[in-house]
Design a protein around this ligand. Sequence first.
Ligand code: 5GP
Ligand code: MN
Length: 357
Amino acid sequence: MLSTQLSDRFEQSTDRRWSELEHLLRQLSRVVILTHKNPDGDAVGSALGMMRILNKAGHHRVSVIIPDSSPAFLRWLPGYSSILVYERNPESAEKELTSAELVIMVDFNDPERLGTEIQTLLEKIAKPSVLIDHHPGGTGFARYNFSFPQFGSTAELIYEILKRLRLIDLLDTDSATCLLTGIITDTLGFKVSSSSPALFRTVADLLEYGVKIDEIFNRVYNQFSAERLRFTGYCLSEKMVILPDLQTAYIWLTKEEMNRFSHQKGDTEGLVNYPLSIAGISIAVLFTEQDDHIKLSLRSKGDLPVNELASKYFKGGGHLNAAGGKSYRSMKETLAYFEKILKEFLNQPKLPPDNEK
Ligand code: 5GP
Ligand code: MN
């Protein structure tokens, strides 16, 4: 038997809010679960895992809506075929949202990450909303906000919430597979945000449901096309710029280059992590040219807060060691601006630790 005891990883001060959420879920049956744009493994895994469990609870009709499609390496997830992709089918997605009684948003805390169309629609329909997320900061824009940045992934947080709501007994192989995929992808296969023993207890519990962890790794990380691997080689050999004095390396890609290598959604995923494997490099950035802006993906080692860099200079945000942002300048200007602000960012005085204030 799994441990379903009530001792959990939340403060007692949140007790009342759990009762509210329990009450809400008992009262309302038509639920839409929404993720952020460019949904990753944590967003899709969390949404599908939660959908399956709420559907099994009996009185819910739950659907998952993602703003745009997710990378191909997630499309095998149990329940994926039932997902509504807003960008491809806005009418059905709007109908579903309009008839929902409750909207649960997972894995983001900034409404901008929904895209303007869904944001506007949500404002118009004004449904009760719940936010379940693990990103730091954020405005708590939902009616009920469950933001816990101490968790390495939303999927890990959802597992803990299910225990708290006494829904954990509804977990099965499929939903456990979805949650474990979320945990694996957000921790980069247990390489980051994975120092808590509790995480591995959760993983062990999920494995009790018959999840095949090696199959998840295989399906997520070993399904690249030959072009993708060659593309990675090109990016590393031709397009990586190293700034040793600033402990930084970046890769920049134009649309033409991505087209040349038949770039598919998700092909640049993980690329930004390679430069961090160089000794002495603590910040890695990937600049990719999009239709109307340059997208930045930032990663760091140690206590360098790339989320602060992203929010201060590139209209973005994220986690301490993984963040994203946007630039509306040309690629050339963006790179020059980045090198300029990077010096400023690295030279800024560090805030004193709490006990020295
Ligand atoms: P990625 O580089 O994989 O696109 O994003 C890494 C992390 O940065 C995401 O998990 C997310 O937390 C954050 N992020 C990416 N893009 C944005 C953005 O435009 N705004 C904010 N606030 N966060 C972002
Ligand atoms: Mn996440």
